[in-house]
Unconditional design. Structure first.
Length: 202
């Protein structure tokens, strides 16, 4: 099952701008994407933030972050090195680090929150009813987890249609960033404490 989930994550990243930013586009591109899928998968397992749709075609990664206890360990440092050598390439690692530092600086520094890092569906199911079902089910899993913990959800996206979907789900834009390539990244928050549980459609 883990290999299947890793492949779903890897293939989903190929279809979004973030994938091009994170993965060195060379003759090892496919292998690097697979390594990215494994990196995201194992990080989600470690943080107890992996959600799988019941049809096993969709994956969401959303986990709790406590800024006061979120210091990097030696293991995290080793993983960063593996990421740089095996996924991004050394030449891209500095730019990625700066980008990630800026993104993280826009999130809470003193309060716990949920971070919705990733959502992806098997590309073979994109545009089909099962794709919409997977996305809706994953949304409900993330919302249920956040409401049970009474923690806000933070996320960001550089894809306009995804931003619109997040807004439809009840997220509010709290910051916009014009990235070095000229594109826009939207930072969004779902105020779990002051909003009712997202109503599931029949």
């Amino acid at each position: 099952m883990s290999d299947k989930i890793i492949t779903i994550i890897a293939e989903a990243f190929k279809a979004i701008p973030a994938g091009n930013h994170l993965v060195k586009q060379d003759d090892k591109r496919d292998l690097r994407y697979q390594k990215l899928g494994a990196y995201v998968y194992h990080n989600a397992i470690k943080k107890n933030g992996l959600h799988l749709s019941s049809n096993e075609q969709g994956v969401a990664v959303c986990y709790e972050i406590d800024p006061k206890n979120n210091k990097k360990t030696f293991g995290d440092f080793i993983n960063d090195l593996k990421f740089a050598f095996g996924i991004s390439g050394i030449s891209n690692a500095l730019a990625i680090s700066k980008r990630q530092n800026y993104i993280q600086s826009q999130r809470p520094k003193d309060e716990k929150y949920m971070y919705w890092e990733f959502t992806g569906v098997n590309p073979n199911y994109q545009g089909m009813d099962s794709s919409a079902f997977s996305m809706g089910e994953l949304r409900d899993k993330v919302y249920t987890d956040a409401h049970e913990k009474q923690l806000p959800i933070f996320t960001e996206t550089s894809i306009r249609k995804n931003m619109i979907v997040y807004r439809r789900y009840g997220f509010d834009i709290y910051h916009e960033w014009t990235m070095p390539d000229g594109s826009t990244m939207w930072f969004l928050k779902y105020d779990t404490v002051n909003k009712p549980m997202f109503e599931k459609k029949a």
